[in-house]
Structure formats: structure tokens, C-alpha cells
Design a protein around this ligand. Structure first.
Ligand SMILES: NC(=O)c1ccc[n+]([C@@H]2O[C@H](COP(=O)([O-])OP(=O)(O)OC[C@H]3O[C@@H](n4cnc5c(N)ncnc54)[C@H](O)[C@@H]3O)[C@@H](O)[C@H]2O)c1
Length: 376
């Protein structure tokens, strides 16, 4: 059975999904839609699929799954409408911008008997999955402490429509946190509690990216620096630093320190990357990921620098539905991750320790052999 995808939200990120669909045997795009008809028309013409309205798309019999690539503030509305129409959903991160909406989505899907998948699916790549394996087989030992960091100077320098990044529901925690916190949950299991501090580094951001907003100022209405301490159920204590107020830094994306070794985990914003292990001699030894499934550099197409197989999570959903097994990039993990991120923002606002309300099971390891590649 082929999973037929209807795309809602034909913006910046839609190209990679539409391009990568050709890699997988079990998925096909059958329609696309957007609030802005011209955006849907452009992607429809480029990829040879009908461009229709969101309402028409939800009514189509040839759409089994709605791929929700709208802005975060619209995620809940679109996902809930898709579920009400009896469609599976795969949504870009975050699952929703409030815990109430996240719970509604998961509750509605359960009641309707449809599945919810959520970005990031980078955690299915060999970067995080190899790290997960090295934790499971005892190479690293019990993780004691670690750091995850995602820091830079914001989105207004490259994104043509960056307003949503600086409004409630945006900010570096909700925007980039899903990659780092999901990776940690896949490797270490769920988070128990969070402490944090936060700041709004700049009151306004000047858009310098080429596009319709160039030269405009955006009023900042969300924390743009959050320093959080995540206490995991496993006992691991991980510092998570998320900021759009930093010009340059020397921190690595993700380091875990276990009772047997320290491990540098590849940046979970990508599928593969550089993994290294070190012991008492402090010599870092590389562990290859580029030769593993979905680790080869493929993006950008013109001169690949990263492994970018966005859409792999949907291909896994297609295979999981067929095989009657759970899919790996699940809504359950996304709801827990949302609970952690909102917990960090609440902790930063109140100065209190926040217990994480929504828990999840640590997902099973991803088995790439179950995904059928179009070329294979
Ligand atoms: N741009 C990236 O590099 C990137 C990377 C990873 C994830 N994401 C995620 O992907 C999602 C989309 O990001 P983007 O950069 O493509 O944003 P974008 O603003 O370029 O595109 C979003 C599109 O959704 C449409 N839209 C908004 N509300 C809608 C609604 N109610 N119904 C139908 N269409 C609606 C907009 O018209 C727009 O075309 C976000 O959740 C973002 O976090 C983006």
C-alpha cells in the first residue's frame, strides 16, 4: 500500500519533502494546498501535483496523510482538521505551541484511530541512531552529564518571512529545541524536570534577508536566550543552551559524558555527521556515520554538505502502518518534547523547577532496513 500525502503549507521547507519523496517507494504526493493560493500553485507546478485549497485537500479520497508544513501557530488547527477528516498526520515541529493543543491532537487522533507523526525525523538518521546504539551496548556507560547547544544570531538574516520566529510559539527553544530534546529523549529516555533562566537579548530584529520583508523591523515577543538544565528519569543531568542572541561560539551541538566514555554526538539538525568517542586519554576517536543508511551527504543538491533525508519519518510511518508496528518519529515523543520545551519557558519565567507533565516511553531504535528505497 502506498501512503498518499496531501501537503498543507507550501513554504520554505516544502521543497526538501517534495524532492525527497522520490527516494521512498511507499509514499507519493497527491495534492498540495496553502492559505496563499499562489504558493500552492507554484509548488504544484514545480512538482506536478494538483494545487487546491486546504478544505478541498481534506475532502480528497486520495489523501491518506496530511503533511502539515504550516507555521507553528497554525499546526494545531491544521492537524486537528486533518484528523477530523480521518487522515493520518505528519507535522513539522513543534507538534503545537501549547500543551492543551498538543493533548487535543493526540486525544483526537486516538479517538479517530489515525496516527500522528512529527518532525524531527533527523533522529532516524545514523548520527543519533549510532549514538543510541553506543549507549545501549554499554560503550559510553551510564550518562552522568552533558551539554546540548544551539546558538546563533537569529533567523532574520536568511528567512524571507521571519516574523513567526520572534512571536509566542517561536523562539529558539520551540523552533530548534525539538531537534536537541528529541535526540536526547531517543538516547536517554524521558525528562523528569527542568530548571531554566531566560532573556530577550534584543527588543527588535531588523530583517536583512532578501524577500518581501527586507528592511522591516520585527518586535520580539518571546525569549531569545534560554539556559536550561534537564533532569532525565535515567538520572542524567543535561545542560541545554538555546539562543538567537549569540554572534559566534565554540560549543559543540551535543556532548554526553558517561561512566565509561565521553561522546560527541553529531548535530541532530542533520541526519549524519561527525561522531567521536574519548576515554581517560582524552583522544577523540571517530565513529563513521556517512557509510550508514541515510548518512551520505545529499543536500543541497548542487553541492552536498549535509545528510538531509527529511521525509524519512513519513516513509517509516508508511512502513509502520503496513507492518502494524509503532512508527519512530511519533506524536507521543513530540508531546513529551513540547512539554519539556514549555516547561523550560515556564521555569525561565517563574524561576521554579517544573516537573514535566507529559511523559513518554523511550522509542525503539529505528530499523532502516524496513524502509523501501525507490532505487532499491
Ligand atoms: N525553513 C526551514 O529551514 C525549516 C526547517 C525545519 C523545519 N521547519 C518548520 O517547517 C514549518 C514551516 O516553516 P517554513 O520555513 O516552510 O515557513 P514558511 O513561512 O516559509 O511557510 C509556511 C507556509 O504555510 C502557509 N500557511 C500558514 N498558515 C496556514 C494555514 N492555516 N493553512 C494553510 N497554509 C498556511 C503559509 O502561507 C506559508 O506558505 C515550521 O513549523 C518550521 O518550524 C522549517
Amino acid at each position: 500500500m502506498t501512503l498518499r500525502i496531501g501537503l498543507v503549507g507550501c513554504g520554505n521547507i516544502s521543497d526538501i519533502y517534495l524532492t525527497n519523496a522520490a527516494l521512498f517507494k511507499d509514499v507519493v504526493f497527491t495534492a498540495c494546498a496553502d492559505l496563499r493560493p499562489e504558493a500552492a500553485t507554484a509548488q504544484g507546478a514545480k512538482y506536478g501535483i494538483p494545487a487546491i485549497t486546504p478544505a478541498e485537500l481534506l475532502g480528497r479520497d486520495d489523501v491518506d496523510l496530511v503533511l502539515n508544513l504550516t507555521i507553528p501557530a497554525a499546526h494545531a488547527e491544521i492537524s486537528l482538521a486533518a484528523i477530523a477528516a480521518g487522515k493520518h498526520v505528519y507535522t513539522e515541529k513543534p507538534l503545537a505551541t501549547s500543551l492543551e493543543d498538543g493533548r487535543k491532537i493526540m486525544g483526537a487522533a486516538k479517538a479517530k484511530g489515525v496516527r500522528v507523526g512529527s518532525s524531527p525525523d533527523t533522529i532516524l538518521g545514523p548520527g543519533v541512531q549510532t549514538a543510541r546504539h553506543l549507549l545501549a551496548d554499554g560503550t559510553v556507560g551510564e550518562v552522568v552529564t552533558g551539554t546540548a547547544s544551539v546558538m546563533g544570531h537569529g533567523m532574520e538574516h536568511w528567512h524571507p518571512n521571519p516574523t513567526f520566529f520572534f512571536k509566542p510559539g517561536g523562539g529558539p527553544v520551540l523552533d530548534m529545541g525539538p531537534y536537541y530534546i528529541s535526540a536526547l529523549v531517543h538516547m536517554l529516555g524521558p525528562v523528569k524536570a527542568v530548571r531554566a533562566t531566560g532573556k530577550m537579548g534584543f527588543k527588535e530584529r531588523l530583517v536583512t534577508a532578501e524577500g518581501p520583508m527586507k528592511g522591516e523591523k520585527i518586535k520580539v515577543e518571546t525569549l531569545t536566550t534560554v539556559n536550561a538544565l534537564l533532569s532525565f528519569q535515567s538520572g542524567a543531568e543535561i545542560v541545554f543552551l538555546a539562543s538567537w542572541d549569540v554572534f559566534a561560539h565554540n560549543l559543540l551541538p551535543l556532548e554526553l559524558h558517561g561512566t565509561k566514555a565521553s561522546m560527541r554526538v553529531p548535530d541532530p539538525n542533520f541526519f549524519g555527521g561527525k561522531l567521536e568517542l574519548a576515554g581517560l586519554d582524552k583522544v577523540w576517536s571517530p565513529v563513521g556515520t556517512a557509510d550508514k543508511p541515510f548518512g551520505a551527504l545529499n543536500w543541497p543538491v548542487a553541492g552536498p554538505e549535509h545528510a538531509n533525508y527529511r521525509g524519512l519519518g513519513i516513509a517509516d510511518m508508511a512502513s509502520a502502518i503496513k507492518g502494524n508496528r509503532p512508527h519512530v518519529a511519533s506524536g507521543d515523543v513530540a508531546l513529551h518534547v513540547l512539554s519539556v520545551m514549555l516547561g523550560a519557558l515556564e521555569a525561565a519565567d517563574t524561576g521554579r523547577v517544573v516537573e514535566i507533565a507529559e511523559q513518554c516511553e523511550r522509542p525503539a531504535a529505528f530499523e532502516p532496513g524496513k524502509i523501501l528505497l525507490a532505487a532499491g
